[in-house]
Design a protein around this ligand. Structure first.
Ligand code: HEC
Ligand code: HEC
Ligand code: HEC
Length: 138
């Protein structure tokens, strides 16, 4: 085998170049989004009361199942009362409950979903909150 080292050096350079974009971005690419909860509706609540319908961890991990339950309960059983773990009552509505507090859909739901690559189709039918268009959409 002659020039094997050339091939190895070539390979090493190739691998280095090929992965350079990845290494250079390591740590700064696509930071995990911090969902914003600074909406008017949430700001109206006393600081200690600034809670979701269930605790934050539950919401973060289980909100998809929760809204499915909401839909089933509202439509199949005609019951729009949701009692949370603390015994607090909420009216079951995607638009008038979830999106009333989270009226910043773009900075909240969408940011997180874009990051994780999910795009719920709910807004084909359900009305999303009105928001100021972002500059890049004008
Ligand atoms: C009464 C206002 C209110 C309502 C109604 C509400 N939320 Fe929340 N939500 C909050 C607040 C405040 C937080 C932040 C909780 C915290 O930091 O402890 C939050 C947190 C969350 C989180 C976690 C965000 C994170 O940082 O991980 C998700 C997901 C979420 N809400 C989705 C929903 C969905 C879906 C609904 C409807 C089923 C809903 N929320 C209804 C106020 C509300
Ligand atoms: C903290 C990040 C985060 C926030 C904030 C968040 N979501 Fe999600 N959502 C996710 C993730 C991750 C999934 C995908 C979970 C899976 O595939 O099991 C998801 C899935 C969903 C789904 C199911 C979609 C499907 O195709 O299965 C719905 C519906 C949904 N989210 C609604 C909402 C709504 C409405 C809001 C805003 C009120 C919201 N989410 C805010 C992270 C978030
Ligand atoms: C094809 C249209 C369509 C799509 C898509 C759709 N929905 Fe609905 N949804 C409806 C209709 C119609 C109702 C009944 C409204 C009523 O009776 O007030 C409803 C009711 C609901 C309800 C209970 C009541 C309410 O006002 O919120 C929830 C929760 C709900 N949908 C969640 C979702 C979620 C989450 C998604 C996406 C994963 C979704 N829907 C996608 C049409 C749709």
């Amino acid at each position: 085998m002659y020039d094997a080292w050339k091939i190895l050096v070539g390979l090493a350079i190739f691998v280095a170049l090929f992965t350079a974009a990845f290494w250079m971005n390591a740590g700064k690419a696509a930071p995990v989004p911090e969902p914003k909860i600074d909406t008017p509706e949430i700001k109206k609540m006393a600081k200690a009361e600034r809670k979701c319908v269930e605790d934050k961890h539950f919401m973060r991990t289980t909100h998809m199942q929760l809204i499915n339950h909401w839909r089933d309960q509202a439509l199949r059983d005609g019951n729009r009362d949701y009692i949370n773990k603390d015994g607090k009552k909420y009216y079951i509505s995607l638009q008038n409950t979830c999106m009333k507090c989270h009226s910043n859909k773009k900075d909240f739901c969408d940011k997180c979903h874009d990051y994780t690559g999910v795009s719920p189709y709910c807004w084909d039918c359900h009305i999303a909150p009105k928001e100021e268009p972002k500059r890049n959409e004008l």
